[in-house]
Every structure is written in structure tokens, then in C-alpha cells.
Design a protein around this ligand. Structure first.
Ligand code: ATP
Ligand code: MG
Length: 574
């Protein structure tokens, strides 16, 4: 155990944002309040979370990843999720082609040769030590880049990280001489990265963050209300993630190899399998950018070289079931949050797999046109999905670096985790042009409290008394079925109207059959919370309604005529 060093004084800190994933890690810092991702000495911004030892020499990142082919037994990969976990509860699926996890001294450990010399005994290292060594490399590379020793970091973690996992991560960072300023949840970090852009709006919105990684996909629904983030629902999936796409391509090329050359299946030999995996992943990434990608491996099996190509359409066909899985996952979380796709303002695609154009396009089909899909292939201004979390973490780090460690916990934990919030919307009833009562939301559902919102309600055209009714509101989804197919005379009339050639009219008929029902979000007026009458509002005047929801969920409503003195104020208890 190394000596516990005192945390640096706030003024002496050098801070970074850090993402420590099972597949990749990345580091960022801020320059003039803007986040910048740091490349390590290999020039990588996505740094594989892998350590490898050759002749006592330690390699990390891409160099270590390359050793998965030639030195798998001394290479440790996919270990982040094992931190702070019991051996019995871990899933070692992804470690079959590198050092295997085992139970030693009550924790998950790896036995590797990390010392020089043929006779040197292998070491059995707990996952905490592996993590500390890896984090030390990241800190080293960030320090080299910045030209000063990095002392502290905000680190992103999945939303389902248990207290024990968090504690283990903080301890591992401590071993690497890195103060953890704060652990923030990965989806909130992604939202922060977008909200911090100059054009980013801190408006009230519902955001779905689809974090599609290598070994897991984590989807969250986040309510962003006046800069406060509340996580409404989450789901974690270990089946639909990047490795499943690698697997599709590995099988594809292995079969093609067998068809062409016969001989032994490259999937039956560890080294061939590692090569197949590495090249399949590269081909997969190339298919995110181009319509064609090549695949080429020297001595894939029994000394036979293999080269091939694949186009995007073919890839999308063979990977269809995996792609569909991503859609189902996202849909399920929206439902879990008690929301409808129509409630979602933005979908942020985060994580390496989010570069895949087909995934972004497919998500576009389940959300209405009004929902923004933030992915490189759908929105030119989208931020690189692989960098979102680390950017968010860096921004948060620069924001809180001046605080004493004790104050950080108190002042910011609530803001990025679940905080008390109103369940229903609060708003006013207004009359529509056709004289119907309609609900105008002022405080959106899931708004974190305390909150304060103001709206202006127009007085009747000629002025006069304005009755302001404050009510709760709920949304429901109104489904309008397409017009039943017209028959008889009216059909004939329609066809005539619609088209001037027979061909076209056939077409429009088909289209009609396929027309989908129309779904829209409508507000339902709930229970009345308060009523206030403002008398004698002048012609063209407006009434200002302010709603304050206190931390204890009591509501204070203030109404006044704009430009006039006085007003009505009342408190409603929760
Ligand atoms: P994990 O889910 O294992 O914790 P992570 O969060 O560490 O993953 P990410 O870097 O977010 O990892 O995602 C890694 C995955 O993204 C890998 O499967 C990788 O192949 C894939 N990936 C990276 N870039 C691209 C790309 N351009 N196109 C398609 N997939 C990509
Ligand atoms: Mg991840």
C-alpha cells in the first residue's frame, strides 16, 4: 500500500476529465472554458483500456491492444467493470482472449508475468492494482501533455455503479496519485458536453442518452430543467453493444475465408481469432465512414493470407438483428420513464458504437421528426460521440476545482443525480380560439425543485377581468387513426382528385393503406391548485404568472398585471 497523500489545496490543483471505460478511456481538459480532448503519446484520443507486459516492460492503450495477438496471457483487458465486485458476480465473457480473471485474496485478480526474465515469477494482481497502474499511465500522459502534474479529476461512471464500485474506483485513482473531485454519471456528462456549447440551450427538455459502447450499452432518460439534471430511467444491456457487431463481421469473414480457402476455421485457433477480431473491428469502423471497407489479414489461418471487402449495405443486412436490438433498448427505456417518444426532445448518441450511421438512422424512425438525433451521421454539428463523456467531465472539473473537497460532495452531488422533482406539470388554463379550455404548462413535469418559472397570459382582447386558474397537467398521447378508406362514390372522386394518370392513382391508393396513425402529445387538465382573479386588466394587457415550487414541493403562485402595482399571491401546500 502506498502512503496516503494529502489532497492538494484547491489552488494547487491541475484537473482533467476522465472517462474510464471497459473498452476505451479518454482524457480532456479545458482551455478558456472549452473542453479539449487530450491525445496520448501515441496520438490516440480513444485509448484502449488495456495493459500488457512484455519482458517486464509495461504497455498500455493501443500498443497493449496490439499485443492481444502475440501476448494475450500477459495482457489485461475489459477489467473496469470488475472493480469493487465480488468474483462470483462478474461476467468474464470478454476476457477469454486475454488474461483470465480469477479469485485471489477475496477479489478479482489476474495472473500475469510483469517482471523481466524467464525465471521471474508471475504476479497475481487484484483488479484494483491493474486499474491503478492503468490510471497512472493516463495521468502520466495528461501530465506530459499539459506540462504539469495532473492532480485531480472528475471521472464518469455508469448509472448502475454501486457504492462499492465507486469506492473501489476512488481508491484505485488514489493509488495512482489522482484525487477524485467527483464521480459523475456518464449520461449527465454527455448532456453537459452538449449544453456547454455556445449554441447549447439550457432549456427545459427531455433527453435520451444512448451510450453504446464496446461491451455494454447504457440508455438513460434525463430531464434537463433549468440546468438541473434528473435521471428518470435507465437500462443496461450487455448483449447489444459494439462487440456484437464485431462478431457479425468475424463470422462473415471467417465463413468467406473457409469458402475460398477451405482448411481450418480461423475461429478455432486463438491467434487467428484475435487477428480476425482486430481486423473486423477496424473494418466495422471504416464502414461508419465509407460505403466500402476492406478486410485484410496476413496469415489468418495456417499461414494463408486473406483479403476481402464488404460494402455498407451488406454489413447493414447481416447486422440487422443487432441494430434492431438498439432500437428496442432505447424504446424500452422511454417507456420505463413513463414517457412516450413524443416527449423526447433530443436523443444524444454517445459511445464509440454511436458512430454507426445505421444506428442513428434507425433511431430516427422511432422518434418523431421534432426530436433531434444528435449523432455524426444525422447532425453535422454533433460532437464526436466517443468524446462526449470526457468533455463533460472536464467541464465539470473546471467548474468545481476551486472548491474544498468536502464542499464538492454537498454542492454538486444533488445536481447530477436524482433530486426531488414535481411529477406533474403545473400550468394555467387558458381559452383557445375556439373557446375550449387548454392547458399551458409553466413548470414541466420532472422539474427539479426548487424551481421558479414565469409566463405571461394575455388578457381578453378588450381587457377586463382575467381569471387565472393554476392546475396540474398530465400529458397523454392522442392517437388519430387514418381516415377509414373511402368507398363507393367518394373513393372515385378522391382518385380523380388525387391524380391525373392511372399509374399515379394506383400508387396513392397503396400509400393510403400504409399511412400510419397520427400520434400527438396533448395535455390533460388535472386538479386545480389555485385560482386568482386580476380585475380590470387594460386593453391589450398581460398578466404575469410566476410559479415557485419550493424544495418541500409547496407551490407559491404570484399573479400580477404587467406594469400595474400589486398582485395576488398564494401558497398551496404539496
Ligand atoms: P464498454 O461498453 O466496453 O465499457 P467503452 O465505453 O469503454 O465501452 P467506447 O469507446 O464508448 O467504449 O466504445 C467502444 C466500441 O465502439 C467498440 O466496440 C468500438 O469498436 C466501437 N467504435 C469505435 N469507433 C467506432 C466507429 N467509428 N464506428 C463504429 N464503431 C466504433
Ligand atoms: Mg462507455
Amino acid at each position: 500500500m502506498s502512503e496516503k497523500k494529502a489532497a492538494p489545496a484547491p489552488g494547487d490543483r491541475v484537473v482533467i476529465g476522465l472517462t474510464f471505460g471497459n473498452s476505451n478511456s479518454s482524457i480532456a481538459h479545458t482551455v478558456d472554458d472549452k473542453a479539449e480532448v487530450i491525445a496520448n503519446e501515441d496520438g490516440d484520443r480513444q485509448i484502449p483500456t488495456i495493459l500488457s507486459y512484455v519482458e517486464g516492460e509495461e504497455y498500455y492503450g493501443q500498443q497493449a491492444k496490439n499485443f492481444l495477438v502475440r501476448n494475450p496471457q500477459n495482457t489485461v483487458a475489459y477489467f473496469r467493470d470488475f472493480l469493487g465486485k465480488d468474483f462470483k458476480s462478474i461476467d468474464p465473457t470478454h476476457n477469454h482472449a486475454s488474461a483470465h480473471p480469477q479469485e485471489a485474496s477475496g477479489t478479482v485478480s489476474f495472473t500475469i508475468k510483469d517482471k523481466e526474465g524467464e525465471e521471474a515469477d508471475p504476479s497475481t494482481l487484484p483488479v484494483s492494482e491493474i486499474s491503478a497502474r492503468y490510471l497512472r499511465r493516463l495521468v502520466g500522459s495528461a501530465s506530459d501533455y499539459l506540462g504539469k502534474k495532473v492532480t485531480s479529476a472528475v471521472i464518469t461512471i455508469p448509472t448502475n455503479f454501486a457504492e462499492k464500485q465507486k469506492a473501489a474506483l476512488v481508491a484505485a485513482a488514489g493509488e495512482a496519485d489522482l484525487e477524485v473531485l467527483q464521480l459523475i454519471s456518464e449520461p449527465v456528462a454527455a448532456v453537459l458536453a452538449y449544453d456547454a456549447r455556445p449554441e447549447g440551450e439550457i432549456s427545459d427538455k427531455i433527453v435520451v442518452v444512448a451510450d453504446l459502447g464496446g461491451t455494454r450499452s447504457d440508455v438513460s432518460v434525463v430531464a434537463s430543467r433549468g440546468g438541473m439534471y434528473t435521471i428518470l430511467a435507465t437500462a443496461h444491456d450487455y448483449e447489444f453493444a459494439g462487440f456484437a457487431l464485431d462478431k457479425i463481421l468475424m463470422d462473415h469473414f471467417a465463413k468467406e475465408f473457409l469458402k475460398k480457402h477451405g482448411g481450418k476455421d480461423p475461429r478455432d485457433n486463438a491467434r487467428s481469432l484475435a487477428k480476425l477480431k482486430q481486423e473486423s473491428e477496424a473494418t466495422k469502423k471504416a464502414l461508419s465512414l465509407g460505403n466500402n471497407a476492406s478486410f485484410s489479414v496476413e496469415s489468418l489461418s495456417e499461414g494463408v493470407d486473406f483479403a476481402s471487402t464488404i460494402n455498407r449495405l451488406r454489413y447493414e443486412t447481416i447486422a440487422r438483428t443487432v441494430f434492431e436490438g438498439f432500437n428496442r433498448l432505447v424504446e424500452s427505456v422511454v417507456k420505463k420513464a413513463g414517457l412516450d417518444v413524443l416527449d423526447v426532445d433530443e436523443v444524444i448518441l454517445s459511445g464509440g458504437t454511436s458512430h454507426t450511421p445505421r444506428i442513428a438512422a434507425n433511431l430516427g424512425y422511432i422518434f418523431p421528426k421534432t426530436t433531434t438525433i444528435l449523432a455524426p451521421s444525422t447532425t453535422p454539428t454533433a460532437i464526436n460521440p466517443s468524446e462526449l463523456q470526457t468533455r463533460g467531465a472536464a467541464l465539470q472539473a473546471s467548474l468545481i476545482q476551486e472548491y474544498e473537497a468536502d464542499d464538492i460532495d454537498q454542492s454538486t452531488h444533488a445536481a447530477v443525480t436524482t433530486v426531488p422533482h414535481v411529477n406533474n406539470a403545473i400550468g394555467v388554463v387558458s381559452l383557445s380560439e375556439s373557446g375550449e379550455e387548454v392547458f399551458i404548462p409553466i413548470v414541466q413535469p420532472e422539474t427539479a425543485v426548487p424551481a421558479r418559472r414565469t409566463v405571461h397570459v394575455a388578457a381578453p382582447k378588450d381587457g377586463g377581468d382575467v381569471l387565472v386558474k393554476i392546475v396540474e397537467g398530465n400529458t397523454h398521447i392522442k392517437v388519430t387513426k387514418p381516415e377509414p378508406k373511402a368507398n363507393g362514390d367518394s373513393k372515385a372522386a378522391k382518385v380523380e382528385d388525387a391524380a391525373d394518370s392511372d399509374e399515379d392513382s394506383d400508387f396513392s391508393d397503396d400509400e393510403e393503406e400504409e399511412e400510419e396513425e397520427k400520434r400527438e402529445k396533448v395535455w390533460k387538465i388535472g386538479s386545480t391548485l389555485a385560482e386568482a382573479a386580476i380585475r380590470g386588466v387594460k386593453k391589450g394587457g398581460k398578466v404575469e404568472v410566476t410559479i415557485n415550487v419550493n424544495a418541500d414541493l409547496t407551490v407559491v403562485v404570484t399573479t400580477r398585471e404587467i406594469g400595474a402595482k400589486g398582485g395576488v399571491r398564494g401558497t398551496i401546500s404539496a
